[in-house]
Write a protein that binds this ligand. Structure first.
Ligand code: GLN
Length: 472
């Protein structure tokens, strides 16, 4: 079977009876089997997906199908799907069955998407290489010795190796955009508050956002249109109306784009990424857009502010895993304190523990002002600066990652090296603005390269239009 890159093509072929959804699903099952060694899936939902495929095929035949009919989609294993396991790739939740579905899952199903399985990720979405997963690393399909990126590594590789058409991930500090970049896919993190987080396992609540990984901008637009919008179950979601992103995809007219000078001049930036981005900039100019190099002098503060704030929020969010409410429970504890201690010590992996300890320290009396408060102030400065730039420009352009996918085991031993990998993605996360990672072809060794675009709060329309014309 051919590799489909848009839902529109699948739907056209199904209507013309060149393709049936049960056959398409079987093809994806076979791909998952053939690429099992990449470790992208934590579980394939054979039974529920087969039933959905048959049902949706019938709805298409009767012309009663929803917008996403025929979209076979995988979900990151931190998104609840009722009566299915959800583990956050942690021993802590290894046997946990979701008692209800996330709003995003309900919206997918309401529009007749077929959910094929749950995807491997870093433990509790904490990581940038998928190496912190309790279920082992995800391998990059471009080079199996290399990481898929993270934390939504399985979500990226599943699209890269054609194991499904699209996937959902979550992006707290780059977890959709960075693995998409390492795997040559399109990764969209919408505005904070655009999509409901109800039923999504929390990491850092003032940053967490559901995002999509796709092979086309069309599908990113369509998914956003289905997923976005007010939700009674999540008060942080905006009440703003949701534009018909997929229908408003038109070529972007003369945009004013700010290129962050310090990011392209950064010593840490891989020369082939720089070269590919400079070529991309030339293309944008040829297409009639105006490029302005601007200075962003807060670059050094991004990673520290992000890690202080997210560790603090994580330590609070993860306090619920105590061996009592739910999740892993030590069987030999003699008293309550020991139960907490042993359950948490045995249930969490080293990176999650590091962040809980760090976050607890940051929030403790005497250090709160020095770290947490200060990081909040820095976050505000960063956000103000980004908002100012986006009042003067339609978009901001910068790299997604300093390097292409690195080797498995290469960076994981040094947390600071790992954290610095996030330097270009956390900007949009700290500011809450929408951002997208777009593929720029491969380097000499066949590894995907990419570029990132950012737009103003709730201006996904501009971001998608510019991305759409850029990739044409
Ligand atoms: N690598 C970043 C971190 O470990 C981003 C993770 C994410 O976006 N979930 O925090």
């Amino acid at each position: 079977m051919k590799k489909y890159t848009t839902l529109a093509e699948i739907q056209a072929h199904v209507v013309q009876q060149k393709l049936s959804l049960p056959d398409l699903l079987e093809y994806y099952f076979q791909q998952i089997e053939d690429y099992k060694h990449l470790n992208a899936f934590n579980e394939v939902f054979f039974l529920s997906a087969k039933k959905q495929a048959a049902d949706v095929q019938e709805k298409i035949n009767n012309q009663t199908a929803g917008k996403l009919a025929g979209m076979v989609i995988g979900i990151k294993d931190n998104i609840c799907y009722q009566d299915h396991l959800v583990t956050a790739s942690s021993k802590m939740l290894e046997h946990f069955v979701a008692p209800y579905s996330a709003t995003v899952v309900e919206r997918l199903l309401a529009e007749d998407a077929i959910i094929i399985g749950r995807l491997n990720c870093d433990e509790f979405a904490m990581g940038g290489s998928n190496e912190t997963s309790y279920f082992g690393p995800v391998r990059n399909a471009a080079d199996q010795e290399r990481v898929a990126g993270g934390s939504s590594g399985g979500s990226a590789v599943a699209v890269q190796a054609d194991m499904c058409l699209a996937t959902l991930g979550t992006d707290t500090g780059g977890s959709v955009r960075q693995p998409a970049a390492f795997c040559g896919c399109i990764g969209l993190k919408p505005t904070y508050g655009r999509i409901s987080r109800y039923g999504v396992i929390a990491y850092a609540s003032s940053f967490d956002q559901v995002g999509t990984i796709t092979s086309s901008v069309d599908d990113a637009a369509l998914l956003l249109e289905v997923l976005a919008g007010a939700d009674d179950k999540d008060s942080t979601v905006s009440q703003k109306p949701v534009p018909a992103y997929s229908r408003s995809l038109v070529p972007a007219q003369k945009q004013k784009i700010a290129v962050l000078q310090e990011t392209l001049n950064s010593e840490a930036l891989d020369p082939e990424i720089r070269e590919a981005i400079l070529k991309g900039i030339e293309k944008l100019k040829t297409d009639g857009h105006e490029i302005e190099y601007v200075s962003f002098d807060l670059l050094d503060y991004l990673v520290p502010a992000y890690y202080v704030l997210t560790a603090a929020e994580a330590s609070s969010n993860l306090s619920r895993y105590d061996g009592v409410h739910y999740g892993y429970r030590n069987k030999d504890a003699k008293d309550l304190n020991q139960l907490y201690k042993l359950s948490r010590a045995e249930g969490f992996g080293p990176e999650v523990k590091r962040r809980i300890l760090l976050g607890t320290f940051i929030l403790s009396a005497g250090y709160y002002d020095a770290y947490y408060q200060k990081a909040q102030k820095v976050r505000r400065l960063i956000r103000d600066k980004v908002e100012l730039l986006l009042q003067q420009h339609d978009a901001i352009l910068l790299p997604v990652t300093p390097t292409p996918a690195f080797k498995i085991g290469e960076n994981i031993k040094d947390p600071l090296v790992m954290y610095m990998e996030d330097i270009f993605t956390v900007l949009a996360s700290l500011s809450g603005v929408p951002a997208i990672s777009l593929p720029l072809g491969n380097n000499q060794s066949g590894l995907p390269l990419s570029v990132q675009l950012i737009a103003a709060h709730y201006n996904e329309t501009a971001l998608l239009n510019l991305s759409h014309s850029f990739l044409k």
